[in-house]
Ligand binder design. Sequence first.
Ligand code: CA
Length: 506
Amino acid sequence: MKKILLTWMVLLMLLPLSACGKKQEKIEIVDDNYRNVYEIFVASFNDSDGDKVGDLNGVTRKLDYLQEMGYTGIWMMPIHRSPSYHKYDVIDYYSIDPAYGTLEDFEKLTEEAHKRDINIIIDLVVNHTSHLNPWFIQAEDAYAKGNFSPYLNWYNFSHEPQYGYAEKDGIYYEARFVDSMPDLNLDAKEVRDEIINIMKFWVEKGVDGFRLDAVTSYYTNDIQKNVEFMTWLNKAAKAIKPDCYIVGEAWTSDVEIRQYYKTGIDSFFLFSLSQGEGVLAQCVKVDKPIPQYKNALRNAVSIAGDYIPAIFLDNHDTNRITGAIGRTKTNETKFAYGLAGMLNGTLFTYYGTEIGMVGSRKDENKRIAMLWDSNKMDELCKNPPDTTQTEYAYPGVKQQQKDQNSILNYHKQVNYLRNKYPEIARGTVAFNSDLSSGTVLVFEKTYGESTVCIVISFDKEADQTVEGIEYTNCEFVSASGGKAELKNGALTISPQTIAVLSGKGE
Ligand code: CA
């Protein structure tokens, strides 16, 4: 911790003081797990070899883009050999799916990412495997024939029908999601040993951590057993790599997530903040959102306790946030990301959300090709099979890069502020009720010896002025295309604008 503090304090001293403005400086990234993480579905992201299937080398080629955008981490959705387009049913945990490339490509990707201060986490899907995984094929065959197999104990079998079980060859096996995804027996020591081997293997290949898929299904409806298993898994991961970052997908209530934070796992996604019905989208929709946003600020920290909140608006399983807010509501779409970005924790962005991509209902629609250039539609990756929505609400990356008011440039500015001011993701929150008003929220965040003041105008129509500001520097991000100006202790702030003030008492 001390080293980190020192690093960024030195860094802040080196930075030129800037006035209100959008010019971005190159900043040193704090090397901890409070990051801006970009979630990638590889098949739809970027193709490097002309077969129209996105691949690892395609991701490597976009690392400069991701760095320029201020992302400091990547979460790769499953990359292992798998029979499905989504790859959440693994055949071989020690492989790269041939459609995505090779282990060598992966090592190159992690190496190049690290050069750019970008960490890589990969999906770890251990609730279930593919039914085509050799472990299952051998175990199922042995159980059906009454033979011995070292894999017999790796899955849960029965000769009688049971709830949550699928049938094959007159026997039954646990498969909570679909028949083609048999659940692993996580009580088996052999399975746990194998999970350790898998984690070791990928840490050696350069990964910085794992995203745990479907943790509430490890032991369905048994929170205590899930806590026991994840406590074990987290210790095992930390024994391999002490700063191994683990984020769990517990798609459940804040109350249950609070329990899972007892496992010592770094992060759990806070689903209550995400999606169209979630707190952040509500904060851009309702008339008086300040109480809700204050609760979000408090809750994120309180639920995570000593650990790191995982903030997100949408992911590969949810309707994309742009459509959920309204595909013509550009300012609100931007503002939701700004509000997410001012919360404590690690901020996850699903690929394409930074350009306002849409997609809803079927999973395939939520995972369509990344739009790099609206004028080169023929160069896009193939969409997943059975996609039914393929339209884009906004132009591609190339077009949005040239537009100062684009969703993309808004995201870039939010990421920049989070990278430049470590207090935003890590600081202790103190509300300033004297300076706040009906539509403007003022709060400070203190991290180590340093404090910034964040001023958010939720006003949808008029400029607001906040008097009595004790800070000297102001940077901002405005969803309405406005600005924030600080003069003689008075801050004038446009609608739907966030100002980050620093230099207290200077
Ligand atoms: Ca390819």
